[in-house]
Design a protein around this ligand. Structure first.
Ligand code: ZN
Length: 296
């Protein structure tokens, strides 16, 4: 998975890690956006053309999966100002797995602790392959779908390349359930209190899945950093940051885009995290995680 990130076929599994959030500054922007722009509702035809669902006998229905996709895309459009459903051709495939063996046979052993995985890669003859694999819980839920779909949508915004991990995971977590976002939020604060933080310079340069003992800090910091930065400007500026950083480095890019001196960033970020624990009013994700009985 992670090691292939820049090889255009990275598979970045979603971790069932602890987590948390909502959107204070971003929430305000969202409200403003919603005030003058009707939420874009994905049309049935277009979503059926863009996404192909493969389930199993007795598994979740395509209609159910597509409904969740439509809701995710609608909220995606509200945040970034996109329009309707992406014209994916060939369609993005969403494959539902009944058992872990079937799921792992596709996503690989590295996906052992995950329930969702996404793949975006350039096809040899042109065009992009987009695929999401989901492990369905015993109660029929597959809560990783919005998060994984956001990875695919983000890859589009980055021209088929994977965004930096902190941004890719950070933004995908905005679509996790509020419960999960709060756990990530707590993980971030805990890592800081216990001196296990991943230094900012390192976080910004991580390009593959970190070892298990650092996952909680990396995910927690990625969520809080993306939310903090998004709160300081237009959400779209967040997506412009990596390209600008490639040209002039993060230090200067953050000053340029956010008018924030590097030396002040960490203190401001920490203050934001302490003051903005995720709340239901501004969260993009479901309020609660469906109760899964497979222990994940
Ligand atoms: Zn992810």
């Amino acid at each position: 998975m992670g090691s292939a990130r820049h090889a255009r076929h990275a598979r970045r599994p979603w971790r069932g890690a602890p987590g948390a959030t909502s959107l204070q500054g971003l929430g305000l922007v969202l409200l403003v956006l919603l005030a003058w722009q009707r939420p874009t509702v994905a049309s049935d035809d277009r979503i059926e053309a863009a996404i192909r669902v493969r389930s199993y006998r007795g598994g979740p229905t395509a209609a159910n999966v597509l409904e969740i996709c439509a809701g995710t895309i609608a909220r995606w459009n509200e945040v970034w100002g996109g329009d309707d459903v992406p014209p994916w051709s060939p369609p993005c495939e969403i494959v539902l797995h009944r058992d872990r063996g079937s799921y792992l046979s596709v996503v690989g052993r590295a996906g052992g602790g995950t329930t969702g995985s996404s793949l975006v890669r350039r096809l040899p003859r042109g065009g992009m392959e987009r695929r999401i694999d989901l492990l369905v819980a015993a109660d029929g839920s597959f809560s990783a779908l919005p998060h994984e779909l956001v990875h695919v949508l983000l890859a589009d915004r980055f021209g088929g390349r994977l965004p930096p991990l902190w941004l890719d995971e950070g933004v995908a977590m905005w679509w996790d359930s509020l419960d999960k976002q709060r756990r990530h939020w707590d993980d971030c604060e805990k890592a800081w209190v216990e001196g296990r933080q991943v230094p900012l310079v390192e976080l910004l340069s991580i390009d593959s899945m970190p070892p298990t003992d650092r996952l909680a800090a990396v995910y927690g910091e990625s969520l809080t950093l993306t939310r903090f930065l998004a709160s300081r400007g237009e959400p779209s500026q967040l997506l412009e940051l990596p390209a600008r950083a490639e040209q002039i480095g993060y230090r200067r890019a953050i000053v340029e885009i956010y008018d924030l001196p590097w030396e002040a960033l960490e203190a401001e970020w920490r203050a934001y995290v302490a003051a903005h624990r995720p709340d239901p009013a501004t969260s993009l994700g479901a309020a609660r995680e469906p109760r899964a009985s497979d222990g994940d």
